[in-house]
Design a protein around this ligand. Structure first.
Ligand code: ZN
Length: 131
């Protein structure tokens, strides 16, 4: 067993959802002691990033700054009307990899893994692959 798809429901148009505990749970289930954990989203309007999980204002600030950088309305051509979400998703990236040592994710003390929603609310798939 090395892959699993997490089903995650987001609640707002833009949101940073801390999925660290879900990833840790899966790592324990897998029994993997040493290797790498890939966290990957199979979508084009949400991303994954690692950032501070101590002060929630960091996530609020990050979303605010992305809104300033990429406003929703600015004459985009994409007919679906959600180009800003596509751009932000690419800025965050669709995956991150965390080293695993002694059965633990090697995250820094302030680091958490976030699903970054930019066109919610939606049901999202997060693929976890540890090996
Ligand atoms: Zn679109």
């Amino acid at each position: 067993m090395s892959m699993k798809t997490l089903k995650v429901r987001t609640n707002q148009r833009a949101e940073m959802l801390d999925i660290t505990d879900l990833v840790k749970e899966y790592l324990e289930e897998s029994g993997t002691q040493d290797g790498q954990m890939l966290v990957y989203v199979t979508h084009t309007t949400c991303g994954v990033t690692i950032n501070e999980n101590a002060d929630p204002d960091v996530c609020t600030d990050l979303l605010m700054a992305l809104d300033k950088l990429v406003p929703w309305e600015q004459g985009f051509r994409h007919g679906e009307g959600n180009s800003a979400a596509h751009l932000k998703a690419s800025l965050m990236g669709s995956s991150c990899t965390v080293p695993v040592q002694d059965g633990k994710l090697q995250l820094g003390i302030w680091q958490g893994i976030y699903l970054c929603e930019f066109d919610g609310p939606r049901n999202r798939n997060v693929l976890l692959d540890v090996r």
